[in-house]
Design a protein around this ligand. Structure first.
Ligand code: 3EB
Length: 346
């Protein structure tokens, strides 16, 4: 993968989970550890430890986009390991965990087990604050063996796991639920020690866990964003805002059906409202506030390859030239959603 763009997501001191705008891999290799590496590749693979770090390979690259890589770094010493089928690394402040569930006839029960095992692991290891989860789902709007949409099937198992663990994990974190190009589910997440996270909703959107049942028997379990306060800063205002996968949804309705350009613009307006100082103040994140231009480490998911050029044009004008953006050509969790965008503000 010689044309793979290396995406350094994190620099030291990583305690703030800040991304690396000017990567300095040599320095990081000497002073810090890698908590996790995610390769968006032309094939799938089982998670493993590579050079002592968790590595997840998810099938998200095809002929229309470049492979990409995301590396979560820390300045603190890292301990990595294998737990059953999962791999993980922790630095005393943060936990990264990754696991793959192979193709299933039905996803509800195995997803519930996968999630319960993951939540138990985070709890037992002392990381009860979920920060950011990625649910990467093959054939996301396709049907399982019983004819049920795979995303809805997935949502039921995930919701049941969160219900079982709601005393330990009362707050849902920022997340992404998006398609991949191979059947099965890749799950990875970041969690932290308690007391640093605030979960944020969007005034333009119904909280996902309150979606109408017409989108599935069990609502999706996630928040629109999670603010992670920096370590070792006296004020509450400095930190990173992890923005969930965001789409052209107002209330709980998809808007601008069949119009990729308008969906992209609506998505950017949703992000603008979400990250604004007004909205963060409403969630008692005082002193912080962002503009859509502050979004970085961006992933843009486009369902149909033919829409890539128009979506890329709109994003190129919306974000500064040095913004880190990767595009993927994968399914989105509703058949009428053409675009989804996520990133981190800091
Ligand atoms: C939406 O707003 C679009 O199921 O974890 C975005 C982020 C979406 C996370 C998830 C789904 C998820 O409903 C889809």
């Amino acid at each position: 993968m010689s044309d793979s763009r290396i995406r350094d997501r994190i620099q030291g001191p990583w305690s703030s989970l800040t991304p690396c705008t000017t990567p300095s891999r040599t320095a990081d290799a000497v002073h810090g550890g890698v908590l996790g590496r995610i390769t968006f590749a032309g094939m799938t693979g089982d998670p493993s430890l590579i050079d002592g770090a968790p590595h997840l390979i998810t099938h998200m690259a095809n002929a229309s986009v470049h492979p990409a890589e995301e590396i979560w770094r820390t300045s603190l010493p890292v301990q990595a390991g294998v737990a059953g089928h999962a791999v993980y690394a922790e630095d005393g402040e943060h936990l990264f965990y990754a696991v793959r569930l192979g193709p299933q006839d039905a996803y509800r029960e195995p997803v519930r087990d996968l999630y319960e095992t993951a939540l138990k692991f985070a709890w037992d290891h002392g990381y009860p604050e979920l920060i950011r989860m990625w649910n990467l789902i093959g054939d996301i709007t396709g049907a399982n063996a019983d004819g049920l949409e795979i995303y809805r099937d997935f949502c039921t198992g995930r919701a049941e796991a969160f219900t079982t663990w709601q005393e330990q994990f009362p707050h849902l974190p920022a997340a992404t639920g998006i398609g991949t190009l191979s059947p099965g589910v890749d799950l990875c997440f970041l969690a932290a020690k308690p007391g640093r996270a605030v979960h944020v909703e969007n005034p333009r959107q119904t909280p996902a866990y309150k979606y109408s049942s017409r989108y599935g028997k069990k609502s999706p379990s996630f928040a629109r964003a999670t603010f992670l306060r920096d370590l070792h800063t006296p004020g509450k205002s400095s930190g990173s805002l992890f923005v969930s996968g965001t789409a052209s949804i107002l209330g709980d309705d998809t808007v601008h059906i069949d119009d990729a350009a308008r969906q992209t613009e609506e998505t950017l307006r949703n992000i603008e409202a979400l990250v604004s100082s007004d909205n963060l103040r409403r969630h008692e994140v005082d002193g912080a506030g962002f503009d859509v231009k502050d979004l970085d480490q961006i992933k843009v998911y486009v369902r149909d390859a033919e829409h890539l050029p128009v979506v890329q044009d709109i994003c190129a004008s919306a974000f500064p030239a040095d913004t880190d953006i990767a595009y993927f050509n994968v399914g989105v969790c509703r058949p009428d959603l053409l675009v989804e965008i996520e990133g981190v503000c800091r």
